[in-house]
Design a protein around this ligand. Structure first.
Ligand code: HPA
Length: 280
């Protein structure tokens, strides 16, 4: 008899298996999800009726390798509203295919999430963005030249999705109002995605400034492209953790990024909660 080879699973099958794992454990129906970047995960601890899933236990979920990016999917309620919070994310610089990087987005969409708040840490290119600035992402530049949609179209969205407005401007304006009411200063800007993991050279930062970038980072853009493809509404917030290379005399260090992230964490947490509250 011929030896049977395992049937290769499709991406849709993998998502379905992951959804089953989650649905067996969840009691809520979140339509809003938060993705919290470097050191910003503590909002998840404040949810009521928490169900904490380790992403390592979710079938096919890509493994994270970065310090400060403990992988958890936390389901719960924020002021009575069902939300899903992803603490930690995976990055293309870890060696993952952009398609794996956006597995969590396809998963969130498959459990019913329609709106996504993504946060990240970024280097400030705009010289007026001091470390500690909170920046709403109004647009992005894909300078990693990778795209999670490259490959056969899985049919959940258009082959050539429009990217003229990936970030929901109305939601952004409402969020600015929420920040104002809390007395939290925010800025708006363009986020540029580089693959990493090395930080930029000074010449790159000068070039990115000329391209129109206000901030530079190593995440978020693939997730946003995937979310827009799936028809989700997106809000992005960058914590400017450092001046980008060449804007200050200091060399860049991940520890500094984490430290500034920790300093504004409380503000960002209140802001994200206020936004979640006002966007039911
Ligand atoms: N460059 C790229 N990614 C970053 C930076 C930076 O300066 N700071 C935090 N994430």
């Amino acid at each position: 008899m011929m030896e049977s080879t395992p049937t290769p699973r499709s991406d849709a099958d993998r998502i379905a298996e992951a959804v089953t794992h989650i649905r067996e454990r969840m009691t809520s129906a979140p339509r809003l999800a938060l993705i919290l970047g470097s050191g910003l995960g503590q909002v998840a601890d404040e949810l009521d009726d928490r169900v904490v899933l380790s992403t390592a236990d979710i079938p096919h979920y890509p493994a994270s390798t970065v310090e400060g990016h403990a992988g958890q999917l936390v389901l719960g309620r924020l002021d009575g509203q069902d939300v899903a919070v992803l603490r930690g994310r995976v990055h293309a610089y870890e060696g993952l295919h952009p398609r794996q990087v956006t597995f969590p987005i396809r998963l969130l969409h498959a459990i019913g999430v329609e709106r996504l708040i993504v946060t990240n840490a970024a280097g400030g290119i705009n010289p007026t963005f001091e470390p500690g600035t909170l920046m709403f992402i109004e647009d992005h530049i894909n300078h990693a030249f990778l795209n999670p949609l490259a490959g056969p179209n899985d049919g959940d969205g258009p082959r050539f999705p429009d990217m003229s407005a990936p970030y929901d401007l109305k939601w952004l304006e409402e969020s600015e109002q929420a920040a104002l009411q809390l007395g939290i200063a925010t800025r708006r800007g363009v986020y540029l995605w580089t693959l990493g993991p090395s930080y930029e050279t000074k010449a790159e930062v000068r070039a990115f400034a000329r391209l129109g970038a206000d901030a530079v980072g190593m995440s978020t853009v693939p997730e946003v492209i995937q979310a827009v493809y799936l028809g989700m509404r997106v809000l992005g917030i960058s914590t400017i953790t450092n001046f980008a290379a060449g804007l200050s005399d200091e060399p860049l260090a991940h520890d500094d990024v984490m430290r500034v992230g920790a300093r504004v964490r409380t503000q960002l947490a209140s802001l994200v909660k206020a936004i979640a509250r006002s966007s039911r």
